[in-house]
Write a protein that binds this ligand. Structure first.
Ligand SMILES: [Zn+2]
Length: 273
């Protein structure tokens, strides 16, 4: 029976490895997609930046035309000053000249702000170009890593699948049916028993059962219903005898306490003090 349980445990391990491989295989596309999304976002930012730069440049051309127009008007008004007949005309012209000067100052301030903004946009555009180059490189790296990983994982998947099929076909039918029933409930069907405890639900195994399990008997966990599998290679609690806690010799130790020798776990009646 122990051999059958060992096969079930191996089946479970193989299925777990298959699951991990399938998850890993699916992760390649999602990692590539994440790089592609980042690249698309930066490209969109670059397009916005290019548009903003064009807008600044075009509005500055408009400002230059407006300023030029205002300067010409200003010159005309000044030329008219000589032929003025009345105080009213003089005041009106002077008012126009002051207005032109104020407008020119206001537009020049706007032009200056636009130049500052343009400089910031140009700096940002250089950074965006660099970022896009880096993102393209990262995407290419991810793609080639995925290509390599997929080939490796798919080969391993094929190998593990045939291993799993071979183990399944070698297991007793009724045991396999039980295994599949527990598995269908979404649980890992085999739990290793370590230190007299179900490793899945931590329920203690009663001493009588614990002895039988170690002799290779088939038992299910009374709490979680899984196959209980004892693997002496994993459970070292039989092989190592730790000194009992809290018992320290009062005086200097004269001799080391005599141990149990090397317990191998072959004797189910072995008890600890
Ligand atoms: Zn359990």
């Amino acid at each position: 029976m122990h051999a059958e349980l060992a096969k079930l445990a191996r089946l479970q391990d193989t299925e777990q490895q298959l699951l991990a491989l399938k998850t890993q295989l699916a992760s390649y596309s999602s990692r590539i997609r994440a790089h592609e999304t980042a690249l698309a976002e930066t490209t969109q930012q670059l397009e916005k930046n290019v548009k903003a730069l064009a807008k600044e440049s075009s509005s500055r051309r408009g400002m230059e035309l407006d300023t030029e127009d205002l300067r010409q008007k200003n010159a005309r008004y000044r030329a008219q000053l000589d032929g003025i007949q009345s105080d009213g005309q003089m005041k009106a012209l002077e008012h126009q000249i002051v207005f032109c000067k104020q407008e020119i100052d206001r537009i020049e301030e706007l032009e200056f702000s636009s130049l500052v903004e343009t400089e910031a946009l140009e700096t940002r555009q250089r950074l965006l170009h660099e970022t896009i180059a880096n993102q393209n490189q990262a995407l290419a790296n991810e793609k080639s890593a995925a290509e390599f990983g997929r080939a490796r994982d798919e080969a391993q998947l094929t190998q593990l699948t045939s291993e799993r099929d071979a183990v399944r076909s070698s297991i007793d039918d009724s045991l396999l049916a039980n295994y599949d029933r527990i598995s269908a409930a979404g649980k890992l069907p085999v739990a290793r028993v370590e230190g007299q405890r179900c490793s899945a639900c931590q329920m203690m195994v009663r001493p009588q059962r614990w002895n039988e399990i170690r002799e290779g008997a088939l038992h299910f966990c009374e709490s979680c219903g899984r196959f209980l599998f004892y693997d002496p290679a994993v459970d070292l609690s039989d092989a190592i005898h730790l000194p009992p806690a809290g018992k320290k010799p009062a005086g200097p130790a004269k001799s080391s306490p005599s141990g149990h020798g090397t317990a191998t776990g072959s004797d189910p009646a072995t008890r600890e003090d």
